[in-house]
Ligand binder design. Structure first.
Ligand SMILES: Nc1nc2c(ncn2[C@@H]2O[C@H](COP(=O)(O)OP(=O)(O)O)[C@@H](O)[C@H]2O)c(=O)[nH]1
Ligand SMILES: [Mg+2]
Length: 353
């Protein structure tokens, strides 16, 4: 027995004991609770990334001796998902020296949580990112073709998690995004367009300052290309087409936090691999409506429990649009709202969702 017993390695790779300093434990027969300190000496560290059961955490953030430290999670956290963005309580060797391993003994309460849904093939809900306050939805104007419905799902997930959505359309050198963008006319949504040789790095950068922004979107849309341009030392792998197989290979397979350093301040950028879907099972429709500022105001006149869908009786928004009271864009905004509400409704009717 040694202090290594406190690590959970059940679902993790072989642990090479030569990697760490192992000291014999003369009190191996004492009850576990006694051997485990109360962790009052724990310090808070930001989880930057996870790789095969090992966490890279940032210790003494913004202090002169800020450093990254490798950590494993304590056995008592076996059932706890620890993800990029988490604020972890760590104990043990936090020097960051080669061959050392700190131990995560707890997590600070999360301010937000982005989950990937259980989908048709995967019933397990997975946590992607903790504590993000912005979501940059990345879609390509072409290659792959943009799908408004997919963006709807991201939007609903963001709005429900209390995360502010932003949208960037990449590859505008390949196609005009205007038609696609018209789907989001009604939303209070900051939109960027980006193309080869003309990435709006200053505008996107300004939006990143003082925020923790998770980049989401299908594999191949250009997330890592953007991250590399915004964070010069990021070196995120860019997808390329394998000349032998002809198939696309998108090599950024893990989620990592990277620091954005701008002229006006810093922020955190979280690059994710292609995330296909988010859990929409517990979405509150009021959170969706809230993103449509003008429609939300009109909705106060709606009957109780109004769905705001096309068949809703006496819906004040539907009536206002029909009477032209919401201006020329009113119909488009109502359409966007209804699409998002329907996305939510379909999801929540799915058994087990
Ligand atoms: N034409 C064009 N290609 C782009 C643009 N942005 C990224 N790409 C290409 O799209 C492919 C996928 O990019 P990547 O950043 O790996 O996408 P990710 O999977 O979302 O991280 C790469 O071949 C990039 O060079 C763009 O604005 N225009
Ligand atoms: Mg990538």
């Amino acid at each position: 027995m040694s202090w290594l017993d406190d690590f959970d390695d059940d679902d993790e790779p072989e642990f090479d004991e030569t990697d760490v300093r192992v000291r014999p434990n003369p009190k191996a027969n004492r009850p576990r609770t006694k051997r485990r300190p109360a962790h009052s000496d724990a310090r808070i560290a930001r989880v930057l990334g996870v790789d095969r059961g090992r966490y890279t955490v940032l210790v003494d953030e913004d202090e002169p001796d800020e450093r990254t430290v490798l950590a494993a999670r304590a056995r008592e956290l076996r059932k706890t998902a620890i993800v990029t963005g988490d604020r972890a309580r760590i104990v043990g060797d936090a020097s960051g020296d080669e061959g050392t391993l700190a131990r995560i003994v707890g997590l600070e309460e999360r301010t937000s949580l982005l989950r990937r849904s259980a989908d048709d093939t995967d019933q397990v809900e997975r946590v992607i990112v903790a504590n993000a306050d912005q979501m940059l939805i990345v879609v390509a104007a072409a290659d792959p073709e943009p799908r408004p419905r997919l963006v709807d799902r991201y939007l609903v997930a963001a709005l429900d998690a209390g995360i502010r959505p932003l949208l960037v359309v990449t590859k505008t050198d390949l196609a005009d995004p205007a038609e696609f963008l018209s789907h989001f006319d009604g939303l209070d949504l900051e939109v960027f367009t980006s193309g080869r040789e003309q990435m709006p790095l200053e505008r996107i950068g300004a939006a990143l300052v003082s925020h923790s922004t998770v980049f989401v979107g299908h594999s191949g849309v250009g997330k890592s290309t953007l991250v590399n341009a915004l964070v010069p030392d990021a070196r995120r792998a860019i997808g390329h087409v394998n000349v032998v197989t002809g198939r696309g290979r998108h090599t950024s397979s893990s989620t990592v936090s990277l620091r954005y350093r701008g002229d006006d301040g810093n922020g955190w950028v979280i690059d994710t691999p292609g995330v296909r879907s988010f859990g929409l099972g517990h979405v509150d429709p009021a959170n969706i409506l809230r993103a449509f500022t003008d429609l939300a105001e009109v909705a106060e006149e709606c009957p109780r429990g109004c769905t705001h869908l096309p068949d809703a009786p006496d819906c004040a928004i539907v009536e206002a649009v029909e009477e032209g009271r919401l201006g020329p864009g009113g119909a488009a905004r109502l359409d966007s709202l209804q699409r998002l509400l329907e996305t939510f409704a379909e999801k929540s009717q799915k058994p087990g969702a």
